[in-house]
Each structure stands twice: as structure tokens, then as C-alpha cells.
Design a protein around this ligand. Structure first.
Ligand SMILES: NC(=O)c1ccc[n+]([C@@H]2O[C@H](COP(=O)([O-])OP(=O)(O)OC[C@H]3O[C@@H](n4cnc5c(N)ncnc54)[C@H](OP(=O)(O)O)[C@@H]3O)[C@@H](O)[C@H]2O)c1
Length: 216
């Protein structure tokens, strides 16, 4: 059952749907992301993105507000914590993982993160349970999903996403190795999951800032 919380998925992608490598968007897109962080209570990032990049999820002007939650999700528990700034700078991150991995991760990360166990939803961890925890235990009203493709797919498959904030960069990749907006097994709908375009603003540099609502 959907938790009473606004969940927005944000990404910048090429016209062919690729979301990597990093620095795909312009400085205007980066500012938009930071501004949205400032009006949401928490961000959630997949472990694959943290393994790929030194993500810190900072707000406007490089801010790291004490009260804003920076959450990660990993089923494997493979987090490159020694090399990632998020474990050293700002409020300590919250890590969602499989219930059976909690004790081992607490021992490994010590005080560097707060570890929360989640039940499974099929092959993946239950994101509705993550939302319920954030809403009920941490008072989160607005959650920002920051990707990447694995988390985005699971979030849509598990029905927790209300809207997508997608920047379409005027770029093409074509590289099959590059991450895509959604990575998962099987179509999300029959065969498509429908979206409703709520707004679309072109920037002078050719980027399109689009907001879609997920049709329920
Ligand atoms: N352009 C953009 O807007 C943007 C934004 C973010 C990321 N990216 C790019 O995306 C790429 C990474 O993509 P990715 O597909 O690896 O995505 P990801 O979603 O960052 O990571 C996937 C991993 O997250 C964990 N995970 C996510 N949802 C889960 C769930 N429901 N249950 C259990 N575990 C879950 C798993 O970690 P474990 O493997 O540890 O179990 C899974 O393998 C990078 O190249 C990054 O630069 C681009």
C-alpha cells in the first residue's frame, strides 16, 4: 500500500535514455537538482550509483543541512565507504539493506552510517517499507529518488513513484554499456507504464526540463 508521502524520481538523460557517464547535464540542470533537494526532506540513491560516483547529494551552494536525510540502498552490502565522501562529510547517511545483512554492515561501518533492515519484495528490497520507515520514523513528507537505473526501475515496479522530473539533454550516446534511466527484468506495464506530461520547459542550451505524473 502506498505510503502518504510525495515521491519524486529525478534524472538527466540523453535523448536515447542513457544516464551515464556523469556530468551529462548542464550547470542549470545541476542547480535545478540542488533546488529540489532543498524542498525535499530526503534523497535515496542506489548503491550502483555510489560505486560509480562520489555522490554527496548536496543542496544549493554546496549545503549539507543537518536535518536532511541522505539514504542509500544496497542488497549486497557492497558500499565503497572508505573512498566515498558521504561517509565522512555532513550528517551520516542512512543505509537500507536486507534484514539479514544489518548486523554485518553495522560492524563494518561502525558509526559512519545508520543501518536499517528491509523485508524483501520478490528479488528486491521492499521500497514501500523504506518509505514507511522514512515517513513514520523520520517525518519525511517528500522523498527524492536520485537513481540510478536499478533503483528507478524497482521504485516504479513497486509503485512508490508519484512523478518523474526528467531533464532530456540534447545529446545521444548509443553505448549499450551506458546505464539507462530504468534497468530491470521485464516491462513495467502491459507493455508500457503510462505517464502524463505535466510540464515541459525548454532551456536556451537545448535541455528540456520535463515533469511527468505516473498514471495509477
Ligand atoms: N544521469 C542521472 O541522472 C543519474 C543519476 C544517478 C545515477 N546515474 C548513473 O547510473 C549508474 C548506476 O546505475 P545502476 O543501474 O547501477 O543503478 P543504482 O540504482 O544506482 O544501483 C543499483 C543497486 O542499488 C541497490 N538497489 C536499488 N534498489 C534496490 C532494491 N529495491 N532492493 C535492493 N537493492 C536495491 C542494489 O545494490 P547492490 O548491488 O549493492 O545490492 C542495486 O544493484 C551510474 O553510472 C551513475 O552515474 C545517473
Amino acid at each position: 500500500m502506498k505510503v502518504n508521502m510525495q515521491v519524486s524520481l529525478i534524472a538527466v538523460m540523453t535523448l536515447c535514455g542513457k544516464i551515464s557517464p556523469g556530468n551529462l547535464g548542464s550547470s542549470e540542470d545541476r542547480r535545478l537538482l540542488e533546488d529540489i533537494r532543498a524542498i525535499t526532506d530526503a534523497s535515496l540513491l542506489g548503491a550502483g550509483s555510489l560505486r560509480a560516483e562520489n555522490a554527496e547529494m548536496r543542496g544549493p551552494g554546496g549545503s549539507l543541512p543537518v536535518a536532511r536525510i541522505r539514504a542509500l540502498i544496497t542488497a549486497s552490502g557492497q558500499l565503497p565507504w572508505r573512498e566515498r565522501k558521504i561517509f565522512r562529510l555532513g550528517p551520516r547517511p542512512l543505509v537500507f539493506t536486507a534484514a539479514h545483512r544489518v548486523a554485518a554492515l553495522v560492524e563494518e561501518l561502525e558509526e559512519r552510517a545508520e543501518i536499517i533492515g528491509l523485508p524483501a519484495d520478490g528479488q528486491a528490497l521492499d521500497l514501500t517499507a523504506a518509505c514507511r520507515y522514512l515517513s513514520q520514523q523520520r517525518g519525511v513528507k517528500k522523498l527524492l529518488l536520485e537513481g540510478g537505473g536499478g533503483l528507478n526501475y524497482q521504485a516504479l515496479r513497486q509503485g512508490i513513484v508519484d512523478e518523474l522530473l526528467i531533464t532530456i539533454a540534447p545529446k545521444l550516446s548509443g553505448d549499450r554499456q551506458a546505464a539507462t534511466l530504468l534497468t530491470g527484468d521485464g516491462p513495467l506495464g502491459s507493455p508500457f507504464l503510462g505517464l502524463e506530461l505535466m510540464s515541459c520547459r525548454p532551456a536556451e542550451n537545448g535541455e528540456l526540463f520535463c515533469r511527468y505524473r505516473v498514471r495509477k
